[in-house]
Design a protein around this ligand. Structure first.
Ligand code: FMN
Length: 160
């Protein structure tokens, strides 16, 4: 498979995820080209068997530049895609010590559903998605992150 991966990493965590995904998929004989969206033109994406989009999160949503990028992406209906989002892990409230529940965190983790809505609206077909956690607002990635990237790679390989 030829895979084109576009990410919008600001602090480098998503860029690490992208490089690890490339390493794992290339070890399996696939070709993966990785770009930051700032160095790509959404209307002129090269042909590929699968596109991967990766974004961090701002107030529960994908970064604005990633949203604009996928809106502009010029890809025919039926094109396959996968998504990863980097999210902050839930931490205890500094005053109360209470850890938010998964449901409470859900509204701060809308990156994947929002990007999927845009891409599905263009007729693209999702094969896999994955959340990768960071420990603090700007990283680093949570321990075991490589395992989650491997799960994404497995899902992509088995469904493409
Ligand atoms: C202003 C700001 C708001 C953020 N809001 C959220 C949020 O609502 N939900 C979340 O999971 N992470 C949030 N984060 C953490 C980002 O998800 C994190 O910085 C990003 O995933 C790191 O990836 P990158 O290094 O590839 O940019 C926020 C970070 C910043 C700086």
């Amino acid at each position: 498979m030829r895979i084109e991966l576009y990410h919008a990493s600001k602090y480098g965590n998503g860029a690490k995820v992208a490089d690890e995904f490339k390493r794992v998929m290339e070890a399996r004989g696939h070709q993966v080209n990785v770009y930051h969206i700032d160095e790509a033109r959404a209307k002129e994406l090269p042909p590929a068997d699968l596109y991967v989009f990766g974004s961090g999160t701002r107030m529960g949503k994908p970064s604005g530049n990633m949203r604009r990028f996928v809106k502009k992406a010029n890809l025919p209906p039926g094109t396959k895609y996968a998504i990863f989002a980097t999210h902050i892990r839930e931490t205890p409230d500094k005053k109360t010590g209470k850890v938010p529940t998964e449901e409470e965190m859900e509204r701060w983790r809308r990156t994947i559903p929002i990007l999927c809505e845009i891409l599905n609206g263009k007729g693209l077909v999702k094969v896999a998605d994955k959340i990768i956690f960071v420990r603090e607002m700007k990283g680093p990635l949570e321990e075991g992150w490589q395992g989650r990237v491997a799960e994404l790679a497995d899902a992509v390989a088995s469904r493409s």
